[in-house]
Design a protein around this ligand. Sequence first.
Ligand SMILES: [Fe+2]
Length: 268
Amino acid sequence: MPRILQITDPHVLTAGSLAYGVVDTGAAQDRTVAGIRTVLPRIGPIDLVVVTGDLVDNGTAAQYARFIEIMAPLGLPLRAVPGNHDARDPMRNAFASTDWMPRTGAIRWRYDLGGACVIGLDTLVPRAPHGALGPETLDWLADELEQAGHVPLIVAMHHPPIPTGIVQMDCQGLQAPEALQAILERHPGPVRIIAGHVHRLVMGSLGTVPVITGPGTSHAVTLDLRPARSATFDMEPGGVLIHDAGPEGIRSQLLPLGDWSGPHPFAG
Ligand SMILES: [Fe+2]
């Protein structure tokens, strides 16, 4: 059964820089890679790593170079979509030597693996925090799904197409998700949308399509469900998601990141 590892919102900066003066995102991404490598014998094989946006914090070439350098020890196939902290052309240039990065236009792709299909969508609106899908991308998606046929489908994107309950994030989610919903609800196989942006685990649905957002790897948007709060972040433990896509459905689970003891035998 194809297995996908989702990493989201690493916000990598150049060495010595801190996000918001507080978060050493590069060090956190180093720990993420090390943590995944430690458990890989238990959770692998992983067919594909998907990064659902905000690879870096400010979209500079130097930040993308550091992101790629940090990720290299994973040694796994990797694809990514941009988030609102990314910049399309520097991201395109950083991955120019790969076979999946489009040379122009939206950073979108389709990856077929062992009876499942993963589609990456570009929701980036330059210099804006919210996301959108243009008519051209929606047409492209509909065409790709027609070609993919009756297979389990994972759609990777940065901006969640559902409200999360965190008001200051929901005003910057994916705008006008109805068109996406209409296309995905026509897909004959199991479908799941995987997203990021809120740096938290949130599950919901877009019509009949399940949606899950992953925790970040370095910092989390504060869980505050009261209205009219200003946006803040917490240094909660991060994590990554594992998605298995088979003919009987799609299963998603959380791999937290951090230090703890175990595995311990239950017999004791
Ligand atoms: Fe982010």
